[in-house]
Design a protein around this ligand. Structure first.
Ligand code: AMP
Length: 254
Protein backbone atom coordinates (compact mmCIF):
# COMPACT_ATOMS: atom_id res chain seq x y z
CA UNK A 1 0.00 0.00 0.00
CA UNK A 2 1.33 3.42 -0.94
CA UNK A 3 2.05 5.84 1.91
CA UNK A 4 0.60 9.28 1.27
CA UNK A 5 2.56 12.10 2.89
CA UNK A 6 0.95 15.52 3.23
CA UNK A 7 3.27 16.95 5.90
CA UNK A 8 6.90 17.56 5.07
CA UNK A 9 7.90 17.17 8.72
CA UNK A 10 6.57 13.60 8.56
CA UNK A 11 8.44 12.99 5.32
CA UNK A 12 11.74 14.29 6.68
CA UNK A 13 11.54 11.86 9.62
CA UNK A 14 10.96 8.96 7.25
CA UNK A 15 13.70 10.05 4.90
CA UNK A 16 16.42 10.12 7.55
CA UNK A 17 15.11 7.04 9.38
CA UNK A 18 17.15 3.85 9.70
CA UNK A 19 14.71 1.87 7.56
CA UNK A 20 15.84 3.71 4.45
CA UNK A 21 19.50 4.36 5.23
CA UNK A 22 20.83 1.89 2.68
CA UNK A 23 18.08 2.09 0.09
CA UNK A 24 18.26 3.83 -3.28
CA UNK A 25 15.55 6.37 -4.03
CA UNK A 26 13.94 7.37 -7.32
CA UNK A 27 11.83 10.52 -7.60
CA UNK A 28 9.13 11.24 -10.18
CA UNK A 29 7.80 14.82 -9.86
CA UNK A 30 4.32 15.37 -11.34
CA UNK A 31 1.39 17.74 -11.20
CA UNK A 32 -1.14 14.88 -11.08
CA UNK A 33 -3.87 13.99 -13.60
CA UNK A 34 -1.68 10.97 -14.20
CA UNK A 35 -1.61 9.03 -17.47
CA UNK A 36 0.55 6.43 -19.19
CA UNK A 37 3.29 9.01 -19.79
CA UNK A 38 3.73 9.46 -16.05
CA UNK A 39 3.43 5.68 -15.62
CA UNK A 40 6.43 5.16 -17.94
CA UNK A 41 8.59 7.37 -15.68
CA UNK A 42 7.32 5.60 -12.57
CA UNK A 43 7.95 2.11 -13.99
CA UNK A 44 11.51 3.07 -14.88
CA UNK A 45 12.08 4.42 -11.40
CA UNK A 46 10.68 1.27 -9.78
CA UNK A 47 12.96 -0.84 -11.94
CA UNK A 48 16.08 1.17 -11.13
CA UNK A 49 15.61 1.99 -7.41
CA UNK A 50 14.62 0.31 -4.13
CA UNK A 51 12.12 3.02 -3.22
CA UNK A 52 10.06 5.20 -5.59
CA UNK A 53 8.63 8.52 -4.50
CA UNK A 54 6.09 10.28 -6.72
CA UNK A 55 5.13 13.86 -5.96
CA UNK A 56 1.86 15.46 -6.94
CA UNK A 57 2.06 19.19 -6.56
CA UNK A 58 0.39 21.66 -8.90
CA UNK A 59 3.10 24.28 -8.66
CA UNK A 60 1.55 27.75 -8.92
CA UNK A 61 4.86 29.55 -9.54
CA UNK A 62 5.29 27.90 -12.93
CA UNK A 63 1.90 29.03 -14.26
CA UNK A 64 2.31 32.33 -16.05
CA UNK A 65 -1.39 32.17 -16.96
CA UNK A 66 -3.75 32.12 -13.91
CA UNK A 67 -6.60 30.67 -16.05
CA UNK A 68 -4.40 27.68 -16.96
CA UNK A 69 -3.73 27.06 -13.25
CA UNK A 70 -7.43 27.31 -12.40
CA UNK A 71 -8.34 24.85 -15.15
CA UNK A 72 -5.55 22.38 -14.40
CA UNK A 73 -7.24 18.95 -14.09
CA UNK A 74 -7.44 17.27 -10.69
CA UNK A 75 -8.06 13.51 -10.69
CA UNK A 76 -6.59 12.71 -7.29
CA UNK A 77 -8.57 9.54 -6.52
CA UNK A 78 -7.75 7.97 -9.88
CA UNK A 79 -4.11 9.06 -9.49
CA UNK A 80 -3.89 7.33 -6.14
CA UNK A 81 -5.35 4.14 -7.59
CA UNK A 82 -2.85 4.18 -10.45
CA UNK A 83 0.06 4.75 -8.04
CA UNK A 84 -1.15 1.91 -5.83
CA UNK A 85 -1.47 -0.42 -8.81
CA UNK A 86 2.06 0.43 -9.90
CA UNK A 87 3.26 -0.27 -6.32
CA UNK A 88 4.77 3.14 -5.71
CA UNK A 89 6.14 3.40 -2.16
CA UNK A 90 5.43 7.05 -1.33
CA UNK A 91 3.28 9.87 -2.62
CA UNK A 92 4.36 13.35 -1.58
CA UNK A 93 1.34 15.61 -1.72
CA UNK A 94 2.30 18.82 0.08
CA UNK A 95 0.43 22.11 0.28
CA UNK A 96 1.66 25.39 -1.19
CA UNK A 97 2.30 26.72 2.33
CA UNK A 98 4.59 23.80 3.10
CA UNK A 99 6.46 23.96 -0.19
CA UNK A 100 6.91 27.74 -0.10
CA UNK A 101 7.76 28.69 3.51
CA UNK A 102 9.24 31.97 2.24
CA UNK A 103 6.54 32.35 -0.42
CA UNK A 104 8.43 32.99 -3.67
CA UNK A 105 11.14 35.22 -2.16
CA UNK A 106 13.80 32.69 -3.11
CA UNK A 107 13.90 31.27 -6.61
CA UNK A 108 16.18 29.59 -9.13
CA UNK A 109 16.74 31.48 -12.36
CA UNK A 110 18.48 30.15 -15.43
CA UNK A 111 19.40 33.02 -17.69
CA UNK A 112 20.11 31.41 -21.04
CA UNK A 113 18.29 28.38 -22.47
CA UNK A 114 15.20 29.06 -20.32
CA UNK A 115 14.62 32.28 -22.24
CA UNK A 116 14.19 30.42 -25.56
CA UNK A 117 11.43 28.15 -26.97
CA UNK A 118 8.61 27.93 -24.36
CA UNK A 119 10.42 30.40 -22.10
CA UNK A 120 9.99 33.15 -24.66
CA UNK A 121 6.21 32.86 -24.40
CA UNK A 122 5.84 31.84 -20.75
CA UNK A 123 7.80 34.41 -18.77
CA UNK A 124 8.93 33.02 -15.42
CA UNK A 125 7.70 29.51 -16.21
CA UNK A 126 11.07 27.81 -15.93
CA UNK A 127 12.02 29.81 -12.81
CA UNK A 128 8.99 28.19 -11.18
CA UNK A 129 9.85 24.74 -12.53
CA UNK A 130 13.50 24.87 -11.44
CA UNK A 131 12.59 26.27 -8.03
CA UNK A 132 10.09 23.53 -7.25
CA UNK A 133 12.35 20.79 -8.62
CA UNK A 134 15.24 22.02 -6.46
CA UNK A 135 12.95 21.92 -3.41
CA UNK A 136 11.85 18.36 -4.26
CA UNK A 137 15.42 17.19 -4.89
CA UNK A 138 16.48 18.58 -1.52
CA UNK A 139 13.51 17.02 0.26
CA UNK A 140 13.76 13.56 -1.28
CA UNK A 141 17.53 13.39 -1.92
CA UNK A 142 16.93 10.79 -4.62
CA UNK A 143 19.69 8.87 -6.38
CA UNK A 144 17.79 9.37 -9.62
CA UNK A 145 14.99 11.66 -10.77
CA UNK A 146 12.92 11.06 -13.89
CA UNK A 147 11.68 13.58 -16.46
CA UNK A 148 9.79 13.09 -19.72
CA UNK A 149 11.23 14.00 -23.10
CA UNK A 150 7.83 15.47 -23.90
CA UNK A 151 9.06 18.47 -21.93
CA UNK A 152 12.55 18.28 -23.38
CA UNK A 153 13.52 21.86 -22.56
CA UNK A 154 12.46 21.24 -18.93
CA UNK A 155 14.53 18.04 -18.78
CA UNK A 156 17.61 19.84 -20.14
CA UNK A 157 17.20 22.74 -17.73
CA UNK A 158 16.76 20.45 -14.71
CA UNK A 159 19.82 18.44 -15.75
CA UNK A 160 21.80 21.66 -16.15
CA UNK A 161 20.67 22.93 -12.75
CA UNK A 162 21.68 19.66 -11.07
CA UNK A 163 25.14 19.92 -12.63
CA UNK A 164 25.53 23.65 -11.98
CA UNK A 165 24.69 23.25 -8.27
CA UNK A 166 26.50 19.91 -7.75
CA UNK A 167 23.30 18.12 -6.82
CA UNK A 168 23.95 14.44 -6.23
CA UNK A 169 21.00 13.15 -8.24
CA UNK A 170 21.20 11.63 -11.68
CA UNK A 171 18.65 13.29 -13.95
CA UNK A 172 17.16 10.74 -16.31
CA UNK A 173 15.01 11.27 -19.38
CA UNK A 174 12.23 8.98 -20.55
CA UNK A 175 10.93 8.90 -24.16
CA UNK A 176 7.56 10.49 -24.89
CA UNK A 177 4.56 8.18 -24.60
CA UNK A 178 2.02 8.75 -27.39
CA UNK A 179 -1.45 7.62 -28.43
CA UNK A 180 -1.78 5.22 -31.38
CA UNK A 181 -2.03 8.15 -33.77
CA UNK A 182 1.04 9.87 -32.35
CA UNK A 183 -0.34 12.54 -30.02
CA UNK A 184 1.88 12.99 -26.96
CA UNK A 185 -0.08 12.11 -23.81
CA UNK A 186 -0.66 15.18 -21.68
CA UNK A 187 -2.90 16.08 -18.76
CA UNK A 188 -4.09 19.04 -20.84
CA UNK A 189 -5.46 16.71 -23.56
CA UNK A 190 -8.44 16.15 -21.23
CA UNK A 191 -9.58 19.65 -22.11
CA UNK A 192 -9.78 18.91 -25.86
CA UNK A 193 -13.09 18.07 -27.53
CA UNK A 194 -13.42 14.89 -29.61
CA UNK A 195 -12.86 16.84 -32.83
CA UNK A 196 -9.92 18.75 -31.38
CA UNK A 197 -8.33 15.46 -30.29
CA UNK A 198 -8.49 14.25 -33.90
CA UNK A 199 -6.89 17.47 -35.13
CA UNK A 200 -4.27 17.36 -32.36
CA UNK A 201 -2.84 14.12 -33.78
CA UNK A 202 -1.65 16.09 -36.84
CA UNK A 203 0.68 18.13 -34.63
CA UNK A 204 3.46 15.51 -34.19
CA UNK A 205 2.90 14.16 -37.70
CA UNK A 206 3.51 17.56 -39.27
CA UNK A 207 6.25 18.50 -36.80
CA UNK A 208 8.47 15.64 -37.95
CA UNK A 209 8.26 16.35 -41.69
CA UNK A 210 11.58 17.16 -43.30
CA UNK A 211 10.57 20.73 -44.21
CA UNK A 212 11.56 24.20 -43.03
CA UNK A 213 10.15 25.56 -39.77
CA UNK A 214 8.19 28.14 -41.81
CA UNK A 215 6.60 25.48 -43.99
CA UNK A 216 5.70 23.36 -40.93
CA UNK A 217 4.10 26.41 -39.35
CA UNK A 218 1.92 27.08 -42.37
CA UNK A 219 0.84 23.41 -42.66
CA UNK A 220 -0.21 23.47 -39.00
CA UNK A 221 -2.14 26.69 -39.49
CA UNK A 222 -3.97 25.12 -42.43
CA UNK A 223 -5.10 22.31 -40.09
CA UNK A 224 -6.53 24.85 -37.66
CA UNK A 225 -3.75 25.22 -35.09
CA UNK A 226 -2.69 28.61 -33.76
CA UNK A 227 1.08 28.32 -33.81
CA UNK A 228 3.11 29.86 -30.99
CA UNK A 229 6.52 28.71 -32.23
CA UNK A 230 8.17 26.07 -34.37
CA UNK A 231 11.92 25.81 -34.06
CA UNK A 232 14.48 23.24 -35.04
CA UNK A 233 17.57 23.04 -32.85
CA UNK A 234 20.15 20.52 -34.04
CA UNK A 235 18.31 17.34 -34.96
CA UNK A 236 15.24 18.07 -32.84
CA UNK A 237 12.26 20.21 -33.76
CA UNK A 238 10.26 21.86 -30.99
CA UNK A 239 6.80 23.35 -31.22
CA UNK A 240 3.97 24.88 -29.24
CA UNK A 241 0.47 25.31 -30.65
CA UNK A 242 -3.01 26.15 -29.46
CA UNK A 243 -6.24 24.35 -30.26
CA UNK A 244 -8.97 26.59 -28.88
CA UNK A 245 -7.52 27.71 -25.57
CA UNK A 246 -5.56 24.51 -24.94
CA UNK A 247 -1.82 24.81 -25.40
CA UNK A 248 0.04 21.74 -26.67
CA UNK A 249 3.79 21.25 -26.84
CA UNK A 250 5.83 18.55 -28.49
CA UNK A 251 9.28 17.85 -29.86
CA UNK A 252 10.54 15.19 -32.25
CA UNK A 253 13.85 13.93 -33.54
CA UNK A 254 14.20 14.61 -37.26
P1 AMP B 1 3.48 16.98 -15.49
O1 AMP B 1 2.58 16.27 -14.53
O2 AMP B 1 2.83 17.37 -16.77
O3 AMP B 1 4.26 18.09 -14.83
O4 AMP B 1 4.57 15.92 -15.92
C1 AMP B 1 5.35 15.22 -14.98
C2 AMP B 1 6.44 14.49 -15.72
O5 AMP B 1 5.87 13.56 -16.63
C3 AMP B 1 7.33 15.42 -16.54
O6 AMP B 1 8.68 14.99 -16.42
C4 AMP B 1 6.81 15.24 -17.94
O7 AMP B 1 7.79 15.46 -18.93
C5 AMP B 1 6.44 13.76 -17.90
N1 AMP B 1 5.47 13.47 -18.97
C6 AMP B 1 4.28 14.10 -19.20
N2 AMP B 1 3.69 13.60 -20.30
C7 AMP B 1 4.53 12.63 -20.78
C8 AMP B 1 4.49 11.76 -21.91
N3 AMP B 1 3.48 11.77 -22.78
N4 AMP B 1 5.52 10.91 -22.09
C9 AMP B 1 6.57 10.89 -21.23
N5 AMP B 1 6.66 11.69 -20.15
C10 AMP B 1 5.66 12.55 -19.93
Amino acid sequence: MIKVIERLSEWKKIRVGRLYAKKTFGLVPTMGALHDGHAALIKKSIKENDITVVSIFVNPTQFNNPEDLKKYPNTFDADLELLNNLKVDFLLHPTYEEMYPYFYDYKVIETNFSKTLCGQFRPGHFDGVLTVVLKLLNLVKPNKAYFGEKDFQQYKLVKGMAEAFFIDTKIISVPTVRTKDGLALSSRNMRLSKDELKTAAYFPQILKLKLSDEKIKSLLEKKGFRVEYIEQIGSRRFGAVYLGNVRLIDNVKI
